[in-house]
Design a protein around this ligand. Structure first.
Ligand SMILES: Cc1cc2nc3c(=O)[nH]c(=O)nc-3n(C[C@H](O)[C@H](O)[C@H](O)COP(=O)(O)OP(=O)(O)OC[C@H]3O[C@@H](n4cnc5c(N)ncnc54)[C@H](O)[C@@H]3O)c2cc1C
Length: 401
């Protein structure tokens, strides 16, 4: 049986970042994915992901986001590509909109460069948008976006440069704790390591349940349910689309920022501008940042209907005069939601040498490099100095009370 320091299940955003980091530190790494690299069947596809530092979800993310943004730049330099696009991010909404107000609050708390603008100032600066006169804008100029498929490929390239072995198109069917560490099984082969990192995205419930323990007293409950209370995660089907711009100069990343429009109904619309390196599909990307319909990741309906696109077209017609009003292309992606919308990055309860990173709740991509750093610390040193204690698995017990 081949032996490694770390085995990583899943080579999406988090697994590929961790493989790059751990291999870069000289660890013997095996990273495995059930699909080919940078595939479009999980959570890390769809051409763009916004990267921002001010954080409405929880201000404790700000130091992590700041570190990750710097890491995206460095990663780009290491692979000789521009991974991060500094378009800025603009939030728009009424003064009661949590996304706008909490972003501003976290920016003030942590000294993130930003501006608060009146509605008329927003539309004077960015005629791409039409918003009510009593709304405000929160502008974070140093934010932007990355291309997820490019980032995953770049991080796997760095992992391989560091000596990592990457196995594609082979699903891990079982894993277990053993006295010396962990063992995993895939396609009739077995591998062992000192630590196991589960970065399985929407398949997290399934992969966690595929575990068992050969150590007396350790492991999962007899039903295979994790004892942390945070699993199973809720997996939802998310549709994102592209709309052509009426004016390509104005929709370009140099003139138009990433945006989030929150009218206060809890269902903000987000979007990403066009860019010369965009490829297909062309146009402004738009999506709804709200949980879609629950789904099973291997059986999610990937066909997009007119009904899926209608809410995006309605929002574009209302707030985006630069768009031509039609969604001409759309794809399906998946969110993995925790009850409180915060990630889980921790030791899997009951398993000394197994760590999980999941429940990224539709906002995790931007953090991939810093998640990789934290997971490499956990796997190789058993602990991390990074401020991730608010993402612990055991908060599930508190949430259930
Ligand atoms: C529509 C949409 C928009 C988003 N927008 C943003 C955004 O703007 N900004 C942001 O920061 N975040 C955003 N996110 C969230 C972000 O994309 C995710 O949090 C992130 O991509 C999750 O990465 P992951 O590595 O956990 O999952 P994935 O990328 O899905 O990776 C999991 C991998 O595990 C593999 N796997 C599963 N089971 C097995 C097995 N048994 N054996 C081997 N391999 C296995 C899968 O094949 C997959 O490749 C968005 C998400 C969606 C869906």
């Amino acid at each position: 049986m081949e032996t490694f320091d770390v085995i990583i299940i899943g080579c999406g955003a988090m697994g590929s970042a961790t493989a790059a980091e751990a291999a870069g530190r000289g660890a013997r790494v095996l990273a495995i994915d059930q699909h080919s690299r940078a595939h479009s069947l999980g959570a890390s596809h769809g051409q763009s992901r916004t990267v921002r530092v001010a954080y409405f979800e929880h201000s404790d993310y700000v130091p992590l986001a700041r570190r990750a943004l710097a890491q995206w730049r460095t990663l780009g330099e290491r692979v000789g590509k521009r991974l991060f696009h500094e378009s800025g991010v603009l939030y728009m909404g009424p003064t009661t909109a949590g996304t706008v107000m909490k972003s501003a609050q976290s920016a003030r708390e942590y000294g993130v460069h930003h501006e608060l603008l009146e509605s008329h100032e927003v539309m004077a600066r960015w005629p791409q948008f039409a918003i009510p006169s009593d709304w405000i804008g929160f502008w974070e100029p140093e934010a932007g976006f990355v291309r997820p498929e490019e980032c995953v490929s770049a991080m796997l390239e760095l992992a391989e440069r560091g000596g990592a072995r990457v196995i594609e198109s082979a699903a891990v069917t079982q894993w277990r704790d053993v006295e010396s560490g962990v063992e995993v099984e895939l396609a009739g082969r077995r591998f062992s390591a000192k630590s196991l990192l589960i970065c399985a995205g929407p398949w997290m419930n399934k992969v966690v349940s595929a575990g068992s323990s050969a150590i007396a007293g350790g492991g999962l409950t007899p039903q295979g349910a994790c004892t942390s209370g945070l699993f199973p995660l809720s997996i939802t089907r998310q549709v994102l689309g592209w709309t052509h711009a009426r004016n390509l100069n104005l929709s370009d990343e140099s003139r138009m920022p990433c945006f989030l429009i929150d009218n206060g109904d809890g269902e903000p619309i987000y979007g990403v501008p066009t860019a010369s390196d965009q490829g297909n599909p062309q146009g402004i990307k738009i999506g709804h940042h709200k949980p879609g319909t629950p789904c099973e990741p291997d059986a999610v309906d990937r066909a997009v209907s007119a009904a899926d696109m209608a809410p995006l077209e309605t929002a574009a017609a209302k707030y985006l005069p630069i768009a031509n009003g039609r969604v001409h292309h759309a794809v399906v992606c998946m969110y993995s939601l925790t009850p409180d919308g915060n990630f889980i990055i921790d030791r899997l309860p009951g398993h000394e040498r197994v760590f999980v990173a999941g429940g990224f709740s539709g906002h995790g991509f931007k953090f991939a490099p810093v998640v990789g750093e934290a997971l490499a610390d956990l796997a190789l040193n058993g602990s991390t100095e990074l401020p991730i204690s608010f993402l612990g698995a055991c908060r599930g017990c508190l949430l259930r009370r």
